[in-house]
Design a protein around this ligand. Structure first.
Ligand code: 475
Length: 841
């Protein structure tokens, strides 16, 4: 029951309404108040942690005020809302972002200084919110920023993991995983202990016919777990709109104790039940581009989907509209197949709980959902075993079978003679055990399916989803090329560059209309501008060099070419090719005379990224990189000409230091494997060039910035299949330079060679699935072109300016507007519009 204050008493509320600070004085007052009351400290024991906490709470209070207004505005406007369902939100830090988005960073800086603190040190206290693995989770975070900044009425729904992605430590060159216990103190969330949803698991389905002969299904028995909402405010940039990210946390249904067990003396097992319930939201699965079919993962998925849908349906029901209007009020986007059970859950709610007819319900469901595919890698495509689902979600499995039946019947009517087609597109794979193919379920249950870059969207239409294009027609399949938020990835990460750009493009408007970067083209030959541009890049490299020194102890020369590859470690992303290239460079330097060496461009090869804990090959790659570094970095013949660095524990806040410091970054996946990539966009936006393959968004980046401004190499996606076939069935001769690299590894130059046998073996003996040898020569040659080009600094700087000027397309604002128009059919809700009269603001 929702309580509302009667009209005569509202004046008192209005008089005392919370407004949040605006002035520096109010900010300081709020910080001191939080230190002295919320944190129960004083000026005599206020360290940087406490100052961070108090500053964050002051901003949180301000955000929640705007959040309340935004929610009221959206409720009264009564329009369509977007719900972004994602198992991952890789948010990073919140304080710096909140200060910049609400435009009060200077106020906070001066205020903190007044109280005796440096703002950079305070920002640095924050623990990253790392509720994601990589690209998919960070994309969700960029989308939330754009949705709020563009004033879309939108909510994110996810899980409040107690443990985010693990912390990576490097011990003797090996990756060691340490749990990320991040919720110890998190000032950015609001627990909503009044927003609790019961979630059912296991049990049975009882079917009967009611008085009028209608089939009724009742899901009963099993166990109940509670979902508790935690809200994270999402401030838009330069707008009062503050949206909501709702994260669900699991809790035992019986509260503190199971009293029956407690009374019967079984205290231990009642505590165990409680812990089992809390396990559901305990930990983020640490795999990127891989699904392993674990029951707990399926539990997470249903728990989160059921709680979110309950919330969405409850909100809709308050409008008292007819069910047929549901898709005009609600758009739900499935971030990959992880939330696909939402399709089934909504159908279940409509037919079992709300009494709609199947067809009527299914029309509503398919109009509501859109599905985004993020990968074509077969090992990442989700499949759930039928027996597992039968046990955990018996009613959902029945509904899936029924969806499949009607779908296959329609396919049969349309293509009566194609028996093979039916088994190919069946949502149930007839294997042992049978499996539910989640991507097929997502396609059948949505009105639009999109890929995340042009090449990728074309590939899904011609390969994994080919049959579905034939069945549903090509219009159901579309492309929305990914984007990144320029607020975090330019303004926040690279404030000096942002300021320089603002000074030439008429203010900070480019942060909301990134195409304004075009103005910079005028300055590609402007001497003064280029000098400032180069100084900023150098300063960013000095900053990274300091970070390298403090974290690894290695001194690197900021004047050297910084060559960076940071992303999850994966064979398809080919960090192994990069490190083999580094070894090749090392051998080349060793074979040179001192005279020859003087002509070389010094380089620092920087790597970073986590390997999934169970991904042995990826861990071996990390080991090799570290061992090569250990040898090269102390070799007197080499000196500054080559340094090899592995940065520990790559995450969002470290990316904010790393991205602005590249001269070249590597995006070198086997063509056709990287759906889009988004760090490629971040690096170019910060004035770095790319060495990359014709894959994912690299292709569109090339089209936008011009092929003279990018170093492309390697085989094309269309040739990959034939090359792989030739490896397996033809004679497979390795690239001679690569052979030399392997010989050096086998000699033991980089430590015990047996440790790296799997790595070289995958290429020599097991078909070189990722075409490392096929692309190696072209890679080495292109690296030589990079060296040459870098020698002409004047031209290099012009290339980077030209590239930044042409990056407007890759704003996540453009991307979100495309989703809004072509998939969601939602409109922004301007905060300037007057709200209903008498509304408690
Ligand atoms: C692509 N993650 C990038 C990015 O679209 C692309 C997480 C859990 C389980 C299985 N897989 C995942 C991904 O599939 C993923 O991160 N995909 C990435 O999505 C955003 O830019 O190319 O690899």
């Amino acid at each position: 029951v929702e309580a509302s204050i009667p009209e005569p008493q509202r004046a008192a509320w209005k008089k005392f309404q919370a407004n949040g600070f605006i002035s520096q004085e109010d900010f300081e007052r709020e910080v001191v108040r939080h230190v002295e009351t919320t944190l129960a400290r004083s000026m005599f024991n206020c360290d940087e942690t406490a100052a961070y906490a108090a500053a964050s709470l002051a901003f949180r209070d301000r955000l929640i005020t705007e959040w309340n207004r935004t929610q009221q505005r959206q409720t009264f406007a009564d329009g369509k809302r977007v719900y972004y369902l994602s198992l991952e939100f890789l948010m990073g830090r919140a304080l710096d972002n909140a200060m910049l988005n609400v435009g009060l960073k200077d106020v906070a800086k001066n205020g903190l200084s007044d109280l005796g603190f440096r703002i950079e040190d305070i920002i640095d206290q924050e623990h990253d919110a790392a509720l994601g693995n990589g690209g998919l989770g960070r994309l969700a975070a960029c989308f939330l920023d754009s949705l709020a900044s563009l004033n879309y009425p939108a909510w994110g729904y996810g899980l409040r993991y107690r443990y985010g992605i693990f912390k990576q430590e490097i011990v003797d060159g090996y990756q060691v995983e340490v749990p990320d216990y991040w919720l110890d103190f998190n000032p950015w969330e609001f627990p909503r202990h009044d927003v609790v949803v019961d979630i059912q698991f296991y049990g049975n389905v009882r079917k009967y016919q009611d008085e009028v002969g209608k089939q009724i299904a009742v899901w009963e028995g099993g166990e109940i777990v509670k979902a508790v909402a935690y809200d994270v405010p999402i401030p838009g940039f330069d707008t009062p709109t503050t949206n909501n990210l709702r994260l669900w946390s699991s809790k035992a249904a019986s509260g503190e104790f199971d009293f029956q067990k407690f009374n019967s003396g079984d205290y231990e097992s009642s505590v165990a039940d409680q812990q089992r319930a809390e396990t559901i939201s305990a930990v983020l699965y640490p795999n990127d581009n891989l699904e392993r079919g674990k029951e707990l993962r399926l539990k997470q998925q249903y728990f989160w989907v059921a709680a979110s849908l309950y919330d969405i349906v409850r909100r809709f029901k308050k409008t008292k509209r007819a069910w047929a209007e549901f898709p005009e009020q609600v758009a739900i986007q499935l971030n990959d197949t992880h939330p696909t059970l939402a399709v089934v859950e909504l159908q279940r709610i409509l037919i079992d709980l709300e009494g709609l007819e199947w067809d009527e319900a299914w029309t509503i469901v398919t109009k509501t959902f859109g599905y985004t595919n993020h990968t074509v890698l077969p090992e990442a495509l989700e499949k759930w075993s039928v027996p597992l689902m039968q046990n955990l979600l018996p009613r959902h499995l029945q509904i899936i079978y029924e969806v499949n039946l009607y779908f296959l019947q329609s396919v049969e009517r349309k293509f009566p003679k194609e028996r093979e087609l039916l088994s190919r597109v069946s949502i149930i794979e007839e294997s042992q055990p049978k499996m539910v193919r989640m991507a097929y379920l997502a396609i059948v249950g949505s009105h639009k399916v999109n890929g995340v870059a042009e090449l990728h969207s074309d590939l899904i239409k011609t390969t994994i989803f080919k049959d579905f294009v034939k069945i549903f027609g090509p219009d159901k399949f579309t492309n929305v090329t990914n984007g990144i938020t320029p607020r975090r990835w330019l303004h926040q990460a690279n404030p000096r560059l942002s300021e320089l750009i603002a000074s030439k493009t008429g203010g900070i408007g480019f942060l909301k209309d990134l195409n304004l970067l075009n103005e910079l083209e005028k300055y590609v030959d402007d001497k003064e501008f280029k000098k400032e541009w180069a100084e900023i890049k150098y300063a960013n490299k000095v900053r990274l060099a300091k970070h390298i020194k403090t974290t690894t102890g290695v001194t690197v020369n900021p004047a050297a070419l910084f060559d960076i590859q940071v992303k999850r470690i994966h064979e398809y992303k080919r960090q192994q090719m990069n490190i083999f290239g580094v070894i090749h460079r090392y051998l080349t330097i060793k074979a040179m005379t001192p005279e020859e060496r003087k002509k070389l461009a010094p380089r620092v090869s920087i790597f970073g990224g986590k390997a999934a804990p169970g991904y042995w090959m990826a861990k071996t790659i990390i080991h090799l990189i570290n061992n090569v570094g250990a040898v090269v970095n102390k070799d007197k013949d080499v000196g500054d000409l080559l340094k090899v660095i592995f940065l520990e524990d790559y995450n969002v806040s470290k990316a904010e230091i790393i991205v602005p410091a590249s001269d070249v970054s590597e995006h070198i996946s086997t063509a056709g494997t990287e759906a889009s990539g988004t760090s490629n966009m971040k690096f170019v936006l910060n004035g770095g060039l790319i060495i990359g393959t014709c894959d994912g968004a690299n292709i569109e980046i090339t089209r936008e910035i011009g092929e003279n401004n990018i170093f492309l190499f390697g085989n094309l996606a269309e040739d990959v299949e034939d090359l792989r076939h030739a490896h397996t069935y033809g004679s497979h001769t390795l690239d001679p330079d690569l052979v030399k690299v392997f010989e050096e590894i086998k000699k033991g130059t980089f430590g015990d060679a047996t440790a790296f046998g799997a790595l070289t073996g995958a290429i020599e003996d097991h078909g070189d699935y990722y075409l490392v040898s096929d692309d190696f020569h072209s890679y080495i040659q292109t690296q030589a072109l990079v060296d040459e080009a870098y020698k002409n600094q004047d031209e290099w700087i012009s290339k980077t300016i030209m590239s930044v000027a042409r990056m407007g397309f890759f704003s996540s604002d453009r991307c979100i507007n495309e989703y809004a128009e072509s998939i969601w059919n939602v409109e922004p809700l301007s905060p300037k519009k007057e709200t209903a009269p008498g509304l408690l603001m």
